[in-house]
Ligand binder design. Structure first.
Ligand SMILES: C[S@@+](CC[C@H](N)C(=O)[O-])C[C@H]1O[C@@H](n2cnc3c(N)ncnc32)[C@H](O)[C@@H]1O
Length: 402
């Protein structure tokens, strides 16, 4: 259901509100609103100015902010393609500011309100182009946010530079920042690695623009919103930095892309948008989405959240026998398993006795070593890492150990 609150913002001189391209209609009501024990209502769209509405939210109540604010594109006149057709650029009234100073003041105010709404361990993502991202980054740092990464969204299908006077503008930048330097922000490292076929996820993301069936249309078949973001972008953002049940606030909701992905991934959302026509589009979109409620599908257990299994347990349970010989995957080094769970090995500098990690590091002359992935045991004709034996114990004990 839409929480139908209308706020009028008077603290800043905004460009006059013109009628949006799509005619405004009264938004349909849905019955999905959820009130949390903290008193915060989620799965709602608030209509009005985001600064005023964010100020009205309980302080320290949301886990993540995703913000796609006005770009302040400062377009000077119409842009035509070589065949003289008009380019559908973002020239909407909500993207117009009288000066950079006014844009900066607006940015400072909404970022301050967003920071207040965030939990101490919360984080923010802001997306922008070269027109505004540097200003956003500067102000974020001024306000005490702690920048964690800047992500380059490389567009698979960017719009060409029709005038041929500059490079094709083929990317946007997202800044990911925690509320403060001390925030214990969430990063689902293992989910990102899993999404990327077991390779660390990099900070350059190659994703297409929102086109085809995903692009929402108005009653005249025109784009319902000039800057609708692709769901794939939000999928990665939310998978990386939230857990099921977390509350995600989007102060520039537009067509509700953040809400749509949040709902698909069983996160809670709070959207804020000024324009009635966009709210209507977002409402219709969100109504059609079913919540995925299966924790096993949605949750990637982080390796460091898994129960600790000491190496000695493998011996106690008979998965490895005292005297068994372990080698690295290339069979350059070997070590014998002792009855107390230490390894014994002969290296160039003499005998080593210690944990799987310490002996692995000593034999390689390395400062550290993950013994679980370094040491292997022969099973039949294949070598398997001892980590797979640890996993057997975790699988047996799932439920009782957690
Ligand atoms: C760049 S668009 C966001 C598009 C959105 N991410 C999507 O995928 O559809 C920015 C949106 O912010 C809204 N907006 C601009 N200023 C606002 C304000 N002060 N308060 C609330 N909404 C605002 C605009 O109407 C516009 O829909």
């Amino acid at each position: 259901m839409i929480l139908w609150i209308s706020f009028t913002y008077t603290g800043l001189k905004m460009a006059p509100t013109k009628t949006p391209k799509t005619p405004a209609k009264t938004p349909a009501k849905t019955a999905s609103k959820v009130k949390l024990s903290t008193g915060l209502s989620t799965d709602v769209i608030h209509q009005g100015d985001c600064i005023e509405i964010m100020k009205s939210l309980p302080k320290g109540s949301v886990d993540l902010v995703f913000a796609d604010p006005p770009y302040n594109l400062q377009l000077g006149g119409d842009l035509h393609r070589p065949n003289n057709s008009l380019v559908d650029a973002c020239d909407d009234h909500w993207d117009q500011f009288d000066s950079l100073k006014e844009y900066d003041q607006f940015t400072r105010e909404w970022l301050t309100a967003a920071r207040d709404a965030l939990k101490d361990d919360g984080a923010i993502w802001v997306i922008g182009s070269y027109h505004n991202i540097f200003r956003l980054g500067y102000i974020l740092q001024d306000l005490g946010f702690w920048i964690l990464n800047d992500i380059v969204w490389r567009k698979a299908n960017p719009m060409p530079n029709f005038r041929g006077r500059r490079f094709t503008n083929a990317h946007e930048t997202m800044i990911w920042a925690s509320k403060s330097k001390d925030s214990k922000y969430r990063f689902n490292y293992d989910s990102m690695k899993a999404l990327n076929e077991d390779l660390q996820m990099r900070s350059d993301w190659y994703l297409p623009l929102c086109t085809g069936g995903e692009r929402l249309k108005d009653d005249d078949g025109q784009k319902a919103h000039p800057t609708q973001k692709p769901e794939s972008l939000l999928y990665r953002v939310l998978m990386a930095s939230t857990n099921p049940g977390d509350v995600v606030l989007d102060p520039f909701f537009g067509t509700g892309t953040t809400g749509a992905v949040a709902k698909k991934l069983d996160r809670r959302y709070i959207g804020i948008e000024r324009e009635t026509s966009y709210i209507k589009v977002a409402e219709d979109r969100l109504k059609k989405i079913a919540r995925l409620g299966d924790g096993e599908i949605l949750h990637t257990p982080a390796k460091r959240e898994e129960p600790r299994i000491p190496f000695g347990w493998l011996i106690e349970r008979g998965l490895l026998k005292p005297g068994a010989v372990l080698t690295d995957s290339k069979q350059l080094h070997e070590a014998k398993v002792s009855a107390d769970g230490n390894l014994i090995a002969k290296g160039q500098a003499g005998q080593h006795r210690g944990s799987i990690h310490r002996v692995g590091a000593a034999l390689q002359g390395a400062p550290s070593c993950n013994g679980w992935t370094y040491w292997h045991i022969k099973q039949g004709k294949t070598m398997v890492p001892i980590d797979s034996l640890r996993q057997q114990i975790r699988d047996e004990g799932r439920g009782s150990l957690q």
